[in-house]
Write a protein that binds this ligand. Structure first.
Ligand SMILES: [Zn+2]
Length: 138
């Protein structure tokens, strides 16, 4: 993982190539995503960057009908809502992201505990394109 640093922008650089990175504390074992130079559990700085599988489980979710400006620009609105969830990664840490390929017209059909795999979502057009983390059911 030498190609990535603890700089937060490297989290997104990794996403551009479909890689999910986090950090592992060599002192207390905590796993964190995105990666951090200082361990949030023991405050130590003996951390290393790790590659994560991108596999996880849906812990919580919401269906959003009133989008942020960025999501409105991506075409979402009250008639075209989207799902955002909190995902517990197989390696332990939790992260949020858009949940794709679920039936947002029937939120009751979306199940806590669903096994998910990461995907990436590109938004912003050619000039301002950014890559975001998303998940879809396995
Ligand atoms: Zn630690």
């Amino acid at each position: 993982m030498a190609e990535f640093s603890m700089n937060s922008k490297d989290f997104f650089t990794a996403l551009e190539t479909d890689q999910l990175i986090g950090s592992h504390c060599l002192d207390c074992g905590a796993m964190v995503v995105p990666q951090r130079g200082i361990c949030p559990r023991c405050l130590g700085s003996n951390t290393e960057i790790v590659s994560l599988s991108g596999k996880g489980t849906l812990l919580a979710f919401t269906v959003i009908y009133v989008p942020s400006l960025m999501m409105a620009q991506a075409g979402y609105d009250a008639k075209n809502p989207y799902c955002v969830g909190v995902v517990k990664l197989d390696e332990g840490p939790k992260i949020s992201g858009q949940i794709l390929d679920v039936d947002v017209s029937q939120p009751e059909s979306i199940q806590i505990g669903t096994k998910l795999i990461m995907t990436t979502i590109k938004r912003g057009g050619e000039e301002n394109e950014k890559t975001y983390l998303g998940f879809r059911p396995v």
